[in-house]
Design a protein around this ligand. Structure first.
Ligand code: HEC
Length: 325
């Protein structure tokens, strides 16, 4: 398929699903009629074709849903499920359940088609208008097994559809989550600039003069620590919760501290005792871009994976080791 067609196929997911869903709703009706004594073989065959169409339609709906989820970045490309990192991600959690219900329904659909196919084969060669042979009730028409599987199929897809409706139109939980995210963004004063790191000069200097830091690109730098953490820092102890340290750097000029500002590093002890990191380097000189994966301006914050290297040396909240673990 061409790109625009593929995009249309993905975006029209909410429209696509109605065909298979409608067929699965019609299916039990045909099945019930097959239990009656008139035209059991005919109704069994009808049920088989309805189920086959519903299954095929479900498969299309499944793939368009997956494409759509990836297109709007709810599902990481290459994976089948959204990442649920915290309880607050209501939509992601709902999408996960929605997908599981869709897949379970489709598997039940496959089983149902198979059972119906067996019933159709059993009735082959029999006059469709002839009266039903005398059988146990459970073996009449499509059979009790196929009928029960069909009801479970319908239930899974109905649950799936209910969640889908909530995701598209919203409910109290999703609206609350969206409002909470808005509020968090507004409360995050550092969303665009690392205000506290840039204000490092208001902190306590940990050394009287610049030192060269091998661990941070061999740059010259000074460490600045909040008043709440300076004593612990000087004693080589972990910073208390809420305290943070900033390492301000300048580029090297032939073995001496140069004029150009280098990256700004920050580590903070969060209230749960873990560390958060930050790297702010608004203008990365061309020669140094190997350090930033080619980026010419960097503002990275935990939990960004780009800061994994920091945690390699700063594994505990205490003094860092000079080499990564
Ligand atoms: C190779 C190991 C290593 C890596 C990688 C590393 N650090 Fe450090 N870091 C250290 C060491 C050792 C110190 C102590 C001062 C020094 O020797 O430069 C330190 C000091 C610091 C300080 C000053 C406060 C303190 O704890 O001493 C900050 C802030 C800091 N690092 C942040 C970072 C950030 C942010 C990153 C990732 C972008 C990072 N570090 C990556 C080893 C490392």
């Amino acid at each position: 398929m061409s790109q625009p067609l593929l995009e249309l196929f993905a975006r029209e997911h909410p429209a696509f699903i109605h065909l298979p869903l409608g067929l699965v709703i019609a299916l039990p009706v045909a099945m019930v009629l097959s239990f009656k004594s008139r035209h059991p073989a005919g109704w069994t065959r009808t049920a088989f074709f309805i189920a086959l169409l519903a299954f095929a339609g479900g498969f299309l709906a499944l793939s368009s849903g997956l494409l759509w989820g990836r297109q709007i970045a709810l599902i990481p490309s290459g994976s089948f499920f959204p990442l649920v990192a915290s309880e607050a991600q209501v939509v992601q959690k709902m999408l996960q359940l929605h997908e599981i219900a869709a897949a379970v329904g489709t598997a039940l659909g496959a089983l149902c088609v198979l059972l119906l196919w067996r019933a159709v084969r059993r009735d082959r060669g029999r006059d469709p208008d002839a009266a039903a042979p005398r059988r146990r009730f459970a073996d009449r028409g499509v059979g009790a097994a196929a009928f029960s599987v069909c009801l479970l199929w319908l239930a899974s897809w109905a649950f799936c559809g209910k969640l889908g409706g909530i995701m598209v139109f919203g409910n109290e939980a999703t609206n609350k989550a969206a409002a909470a995210m808005d509020a968090a963004r507004k409360a995050d004063a550092e969303a665009d600039l690392p205000i506290r790191a840039l204000d490092y000069a208001s902190l306590e200097p940990a050394q009287p003069a610049a030192l060269r830091s091998k661990a941070h690109g061999n740059r010259w730098g000074r460490v600045w620590v909040t008043a709440s953490g300076i004593d612990a820092y000087q004693a080589g102890k972990p910073l208390p919760s809420g305290a943070y340290a900033v390492l301000s750097t300048v580029e090297d000029a032939k073995g001496k501290p140069g004029q150009d500002p280098g990256p700004l590093y920050m580590r903070e002890t969060l209230t749960d005792g873990t560390s958060a990191f930050l790297l702010y380097w608004p203008r990365v000189p061309e020669a140094a871009r190997t350090e930033t994966g080619g980026e010419d301006s960097v503002y990275w914050r935990s939990p960004s994976e780009k800061l994994a290297a920091c945690a390699g040396c700063h594994a505990t909240a205490g003094p860092a080791s000079a080499t990564p673990r």
